[in-house]
Design a protein around this ligand. Structure first.
Ligand code: HEM
Ligand code: HEM
Length: 277
């Protein structure tokens, strides 16, 4: 998804959604319920509820549509652009449907879940617009695989040099190489940092140890430190890359399950109003 999703076809779907909101707000402003305050049970309330439900089913259908490549007249970009703008317009439709009557009940549960689905969707659009560029900048023209290969090459050189600089330095370098790992818990991945990064620790430790090296070995000590510093920087970049990827995925883990919750609670809402109201 690119920035064009929001601007797609000259903001066609933003305009469509704006018209929908305008009509709905006007209808709400002009409507005079026969009895009581505006609420979901008036004629307009039923009309807006039906429109809201229709929109939600259509928005949820995107999950099916996006897996059927190449079928239908509408492109996937059309679907996504419309999904985003009509999904935002839904807030107005559903809120006016309720007539601002909320309570501790299954109706308000459906409304809350809808808001959470929309909020996660907004984060999704933000993530899709922001992170791909940041990933490109962070990788500086390299692929993740190339960065990892470069780390392995630096390790090899560091091992060779450290073997000539005594046991303490050599074992500090070897231990850091064995312990270095990427990934871990979701929270760790999202943060893009590892406070216990063995590479950072080794850089510090070797930095201290090289201070005590005799003059004849000092130059090799400096070369080793330069390799370790480079590797640490690359390791940080890998972590940042993984964190961008995690941020681009995590919101869907809310968007999709919450959509199922929304559909279930809406079914309960509609069934209950027809049976008990
Ligand atoms: C075919 C679709 C729908 C129908 C027939 C429908 C029907 C109704 C009815 C009859 C009421 C009035 C209940 C009352 O007087 O308190 C109501 C209220 C409400 N509806 Fe809907 N609705 C529909 C869709 C939706 C949707 C899509 C949402 C939001 C996601 C929603 C959320 C609410 C809420 C929050 C209330 C206010 C509940 C309260 O008073 O505490 N409804 N609905
Ligand atoms: C109640 C309203 C909404 C429902 C029920 C809904 C539901 C869905 C579903 C089922 C998918 C397919 C996900 C998949 O299967 O991978 C999806 C995708 C998506 N939704 Fe929504 N959505 C809603 C509102 C929104 C809003 C308001 C936004 C943005 C402002 C949004 C942004 C997105 C994006 C960007 C995707 C594309 C994910 C991808 O293809 O990687 N959604 N949505």
């Amino acid at each position: 998804m690119h920035e064009s999703i929001l601007e797609f076809r000259g903001f066609k779907y933003l305009k469509l959604s704006a018209w929908m909101m305008l009509v709905v707000v006007l209808a709400y402003a002009l409507h005079q319920p026969n009895v009581g305050p505006p609420n979901g049970g008036t004629a307009l309330g039923y009309a807006l509820g039906t429109l809201g439900l229709g929109l939600i089913i259509w928005l949820a259908w995107f999950g099916v549509r996006k897996r059927r490549y190449g079928k239908g007249k509408m492109q996937l970009e059309d679907w996504l652009s419309a999904h985003v703008y009509l999904g935002l317009g839904l807030i107005v439709v559903a809120t006016l449907h309720t007539g601002f009557q909320f309570g501790w009940n299954v109706h308000t549960l459906a409304y809350t879940l809808m808001c959470l689905v929309i909020a996660s969707g907004i984060f999704g659009v933000y993530a899709y617009l922001r992170y791909p560029q940041r990933m490109t900048d962070n990788r500086r023209g390299q692929t993740l695989r190339e960065i990892l290969t470069q780390i392995a090459e630096l390790d090899l050189k560091a091992r060779e040099i450290s073997a000539t600089l005594g046991d303490d330095i050599h074992s500090a370098v070897m231990a850091a190489q064995e312990k270095l790992a990427f990934g871990g818990s979701t929270r760790r991945m999202l943060s893009g940092r590892d406070p216990n990064c063995p590479s950072h620790a080794a850089l510090k430790r070797v930095g201290e140890l090289t201070l005590g090296l005799p003059v004849s070995e000092a130059e090799r000590g400096r070369a080793l430190l330069a390799l370790l510093a480079r590797k640490t920087e690359l390791a940080d970049r890998v972590r940042r890359d993984l964190s961008f990827k995690a941020k681009m995925d995590i919101w869907l883990m809310f968007h999709v399950p919450l959509t199922f919750g929304l559909l279930a609670s809406l079914t309960a809402h509609v069934v209950s109003v027809f049976f008990y109201w």
